[in-house]
Design a protein around this ligand. Structure first.
Ligand code: P6P
Length: 334
């Protein structure tokens, strides 16, 4: 029985990967893990706390109805970043504009974090898996000055870390710093994330496709053919066609595909002509993880990580998963 490796030990062991880092990134990742534990506790008892469940009573910049837990999770992460001293500013799905932390202490932070505090929140009240997604950049602005919009608007290739927390049958934290992908499961007995999925690799191919097929007749040409004439056709020699699995929580669908192989597709549609998923704090972090695990993430036409952002809450069409499946799906696009 090999010894349990906690996330904290793993981060410290890997600190040597960053000869110039004096521990700030390690502390930032540890802060994310602490906030994730706190959100996990809130998620797991939401049904018992009527002040947590249900709608907040307003809509966010996305025009989506905010859930109370969205706002609670957003505050947990922001408070952790503000207090930690490594982060000079943030942008999140739940805040219209980016936030430059005011204190002199925070302005010395070297990093900015863009995050979706609780993705899939329409699933909260029905006890279906939800997740947090985060993306870390080194600031471009001068240390000691307030964070700027330019700090937030960097292309995905500039990320120095990215990850997600999955509040599922167990709570997992999966992240990369550009040297592979590792997964940690929260052990509630000791309150620590423990290494459970070392060096994760996404299968080159798979037989699971995740898409809201309710959009099949309103999305860009080629997708309908891919789903109906490829995924739903019994492949020669195969016992049955692909399996459709759509959870309605990007993090849960992505995590399953990372382990089993598969593709997640959210194309542009007549209702979401630019696509639905947000480039900066949903697509970029998962694209970084996908590529680090041997997968692929595109808009259907270009690599996600190469996109130079134009707006903070910019949306893009999103094809992410097993390399061969994403390439296959792209071949159907007109
Ligand atoms: P639809 C959740 O709001 C989310 O951003 C993703 O987590 C999820 O995959 C998608 O949107 C669900 O969108 O339109 O299928 O309900």
């Amino acid at each position: 029985m090999s010894r349990v490796v906690t996330l904290h030990e793993f981060i410290m062991d890997r600190q040597a990967d960053f000869p110039y880092a004096s521990g700030e990134l390690s502390r930032l990742l540890s802060d994310i893990a602490i906030a994730a534990k706190m959100v996990s506790m809130d998620v797991r008892r939401a049904g018992l706390m009527e002040n947590i469940l249900g709608a907040e009573g307003n809509t966010n910049v996305q025009g989506e109805e905010q859930q109370k837990l969205d706002v609670i999770a957003d505050k947990q992460f922001i408070n952790m970043f503000r207090a930690g001293g490594e982060v000079c500013g943030i942008a999140s799905e739940e805040n219209d504009d980016f936030m430059a932390f005011e204190s002199e202490f925070s302005r010395k932070g070297k990093y900015v974090v863009l995050f979706d505090p609780l993705d899939g929140s329409s699933n909260i009240d029905v006890n279906v898996s939800i997740g947090t997604i985060f993306s870390v950049f080194r600031r471009k602005s001068e240390i000691g000055s307030p964070a700027t919009l330019e700090d937030m608007m960097q292309s995905g290739e500039e990320q120095i870390a990215a990850g997600y927390v999955l509040y599922g049958s167990s709570t997992m934290l999966v992240y990369t710093t550009g040297k592979g992908v590792n997964g940690f499961t929260l052990d509630p007995m000791i309150g620590e994330f423990c290494l459970s999925h070392p060096d994760m690799k996404m299968p080159e191919n798979g037989r699971i496709y995740a898409m809201n097929e309710g959009n099949i007749n309103i999305c860009e040409g080629g997708i309908k053919e891919y789903i109906e004439n490829y995924c739903q056709k019994t492949l020669p020699g195969a016992e049955r066609p692909y399996s459709g699995r759509y959870i309605g929580s990007l993090v849960a669908d992505f995590h399953r595909n990372l382990i089993k192989g598969g593709i997640y597709i959210y194309p542009d549609t007549t209702t979401d002509p630019e696509g639905k998923l947000r480039l900066l704090y949903e697509c970029n972090p998962l694209a970084f993880i996908a590529e680090q695990a041997g997968g692929l993430a595109t808009t259907g036409r270009e690599r996600v990580l190469s996109i130079q952002p134009e707006r903070l809450h910019q949306r893009i069409p999103f094809f992410i998963g097993s390399k061969q499946m994403v390439e296959e799906a792209m071949s159907f696009l007109k």
